[in-house]
Write a protein of this length. Structure first.
Lengths: 150, 655
């Protein structure tokens, strides 16, 4: 394998560029398919994402909606905004600040029966650790965000 | 008083950094040569002053001086002393002070002991270090003063986030910062070399120990952080592709690439511009990481405060430093003469592939981490997680690991695959047997499957460079390489085994009930209240047994309630056996009196962190070997110089 000695630098540069640009193109392609989008109840009811797609649902936990299922480790509750409500099921240990009437972000996917199946719940931990999407989500501010057509 | 002392030290250090920059720049001109002589001492004093400021901060935290705003906001008099001290850097201002301290001390250290490079390059290097430091001093003093006083003085502090009240906090951030900021030395060396256009083996040999040291700290920091997240968060995972984890992974990837290319430069004087480029990129990644973490634009345990002013300040720093360095690179790269050439099939060739693939993975992680920010600017809120990161990074990691198995056996300059092909037969057979066994025994997903195969093959291949060599006389650096590569194999086996063979159980049990997870029988013996210095907890007493006739051991996961600040955390309990770990988390009590338990049996999972430590150990061995060689070399050259002088004197005397 005799690469003309003079051109070695160019060849190396070309190889590196091809790999790196290839990686970048692949990354962009994969990101379009794999990024998980954030929904509020109104949006997820209006146009539910496919069941295979991982998404996040953020809203308020409806008063009086949390109930434990018979297996003792699953719960069902409703996430709402002013316009829509979405039933959610979750299997696991709930975060300690997950309570009715406060904000939550659920990671998971839409089930075929219109129930959101959550794999993970993010609740407000403390002042220093708030899921970004929930920062403004206290009652009226949520309303305003909705009004802006987010 | 102590707080004011710290602040004064900080201002003085900043002023000296200014002087260091000025002296370094003027020292490069003919007229200012005299000024150049002050640069080294100034750098040393600057480092000492920064260190002094940092100790002042630790002191006010240790005595809980609540008149200092930072202490009042982040500490509490009832906290154990170790967490009071660690709390000094468990917040935005303190961590930035730690940053400039490490940077100052590293610069001072370089100024004190680095004598191999031409003085002009050293001046440019120290000036570069001062320039970057100045930016961070300005950031600290103007927008995040850690010593700000508070009036009126509150009766009690607000306490530290309980998640951070852990021994992990005492070690994880300082090690990681030593790594992050240690890379600033490589950055400054790259700048210095670009300014004076002296890129060559001597430059690489001078830069290598610094890169190695920073890389070791990064490796240890990441490993410790991963283990901390694993047991503290109670989610059973060891890597979440959290933006902050990525922020530490990116400099590590760049530093790993740099480490290998700097070796090529030192040994063979090839890859000159590429190495300089990586020197710039590695520290840039540290700064990008800091920006992501400290600007509060990301959701994370680590994002202390959301303050747009700080975000823009760091962004500006980032733009100036990285933009400036890249501009300098663009202007000067073409004038650095080309290094030695090599055939594609050679040690250099393998290292080039390693470098390019590492950079590709770096790009993948960077894209995935920044994408949510870009998307948000375009009006969509997205998050990117394992479904993107796992397959995409594996796509490039798999070929890289294959090259890693082969590369260390190749000779420099030119080699023939036929020569080493034979020694690869055994690892190849191992891989084949292993894949047959895996397919026959278990249903394993593609990625862990590949990981297990590669891990086993690599474990064997990584020790092959020792074959046929006198082990006693083998240089430490070679031992270091072998140990580090073996560590990668070990970690890989741990990761793959964890994701392939873990069993999880989530149950609600009554007191006295027995449940099974993997080979373990777990009995909930009782639930009892316990109390700590600043928390109370419900503690589950679990009696666990491995297999039907193993020894019964007690395991005590807790659900803790802290009162300052009021917050609940769950403390997981771990039981380590030689072949894995049992992991238990206590959940809440149901209405029917049953308790939620989450249990995992994770075969071979400790190998992940053992592998990480082996990688760091390999780095340490290499560092010791290099430093010892350098010292020996400098003693020898001193002796030669002495002898020459003696001979000349003798000649003169005769004459």
């Amino acid at each position: 394998m005799a690469i003309k000695a003079k051109h070695q630098r160019l060849v190396l540069l070309a190889v590196a560029m091809v790999v790196l640009i290839g990686a970048a193109i692949l990354a962009i392609w994969a990101l379009r398919n794999q990024a998980s989008y954030f929904y509020v109840p109104r949006e997820i009811v209006a146009s539910p994402p496919e069941a295979s797609r991982a998404v996040r649902l953020g809203g308020m936990v409806e008063q009086g909606s949390i109930r434990t299922l018979p297996d003792g480790v699953s719960i069902a509750f409703v996430v709402e905004d002013k316009e829509a409500r979405v039933p959610v099921t979750f299997r696991g240990i709930v975060p300690s600040l997950f309570v009715e009437g406060s904000g939550v972000v659920a990671e998971g996917h839409m089930g075929s029966d219109g129930t959101f199946v959550a794999d993970n719940l993010l609740a407000k931990h403390d002042e220093n650790y708030v899921p970004r999407e929930m920062k403004d989500m206290t009652g009226e501010e949520l309303q305003q965000a909705m009004a802006k057509g987010k | 008083m102590i707080a004011e002392l710290g602040l004064a030290a900080l201002w003085l250090a900043a002023a000296l950094a200014g002087l260091q920059l000025l002296g370094g720049m003027l020292g490069l001109t003919r007229k200012g040569e005299a000024l150049g002589r002050v640069v080294r001492p100034v750098a040393v004093v600057q480092g000492l002053l920064a260190l002094c400021a940092f100790f002042c901060l630790i002191y006010v935290f240790a005595i809980t001086d609540l008149s200092v705003k930072l202490v009042a906001l982040n500490s509490h008099s009832l906290k154990p002393l170790i967490f009071k001290i660690a709390g000094a850097w468990g917040n935005h201002e303190g961590s930035m002070l730690l940053w400039v301290t490490v940077m100052g001390v590293a610069g001072g250290f370089v100024a004190l002991i680095e004598r191999r490079l031409p003085e002009r390059t050293m001046l440019a290097t120290l000036a570069g270090q001062a320039f970057v430091s100045l930016g961070f001093y300005a950031f600290l003093l103007l927008s995040s003063n850690p010593f700000e006083r508070l009036s009126p003085v509150p009766a009690e502090g607000q306490g530290l986030n309980p998640l951070l009240q852990d021994l992990g906090l005492a070690f994880h951030p300082p090690t990681l910062y030593l790594g992050y900021v240690g890379l600033s030395v490589a950055f400054s060396f790259a700048i210095g070399a670009l300014v004076t256009r002296e890129v060559g083996s001597a430059f690489a040999r001078a830069m290598r120990p610094w890169v190695l040291a920073a890389w070791i700290f990064l490796t240890v920091g990441i490993t410790a952080g991963s283990y901390w997240a694993y047991y503290e968060l109670g989610w059973g995972g060891w890597w979440f592709w959290d933006p902050v984890e990525n922020a530490s992974l990116m400099p590590w990837l760049a530093a790993t690439a740099l480490l290998h290319s700097v070796s090529v430069l030192a040994a063979r004087d090839a890859l000159r511009t590429w190495t300089v480029m990586l020197g710039v990129v590695a520290f840039s990644m540290s700064m990008v990481g800091t920006f992501l973490v400290r600007s509060g634009i990301l959701t994370s345990v680590h994002a202390f405060a959301v303050d747009p002013e700080r975000g823009s300040f760091i962004l500006a720093l980032l733009a100036i430093n990285i933009g400036g360095a890249l501009t300098l690179f663009a202007l000067r790269a073409a004038t650095v003469s080309e290094g030695a050439r090599f055939a594609p099939m050679s040690r250099e060739g393998a290292l080039v592939i390693n470098n390019v693939l590492l950079c590709a993975i770096l790009g993948i992680v960077l894209f995935g981490t920044l994408y949510p920010l870009v998307a948000e600017a375009l009006g969509a809120q997205v998050s990117v997680g394992p479904p993107y990161f796992n397959p995409m990074s594996a796509l490039f990691a798999v070929p890289m690991l294959v090259v890693l198995a082969v590369g260390p056996m190749l000779r420099w300059r030119r080699d023939d695959f036929a020569r080493i092909g034979k020694s690869l037969v055994i690892p190849a057979m191992l891989v084949v047997v292993m894949s047959g066994a895996l397919v026959a025994v278990a249903d394993v997903a593609l990625l862990p499957f590949l990981g297990l195969l590669l891990g086993v093959g690599l474990a064997w291949a990584s020790v092959l460079p020792l074959r046929g060599r006198n082990l006693r006389r083998l240089p430490l650096a070679v031992w270091g390489m072998v140990v580090a590569h073996f560590g990668i194999a070990v970690a890989l086996i741990g990761m793959s085994s964890e994701s392939a063979f873990s069993t999880e159980k989530l149950v609600a049990v009554e007191v006295g009930e027995i449940t099974q997870v993997g080979p373990w029988g777990v009995k909930l013996d009782r639930i009892e209240p316990v109390a700590g210095p600043n928390w109370t907890a419900l503690e589950a007493r679990l009696l666990v047994r491995y297999g039907p006739d193993g020894k019964v051991t007690r395991l005590t996961p807790q659900s803790r309630t802290f009162w300052a600040p009021p917050q609940n955390t769950s403390e997981s309990a771990l039981l380590t056996r030689w072949n894995g770990q049992l992991y238990a988390v206590l959940g809440g009590e149901g209405e029917d009196g049953r308790w939620q338990l989450r249990l995992w049996w994770k075969p071979l999972v400790p190998l992940i962190w053992l592998g990480g430590l082996l990688i760091a150990l390999g780095g340490l061995l290499a560092l010791l070997g290099r430093v010892a060689t350098d010292v020996r070399r400098s003693i020898q050259s001193d002796r030669i110089a002495e002898r020459r002088e003696g001979e000349e004197k003798l000649r003169e005397d005769r004459a």
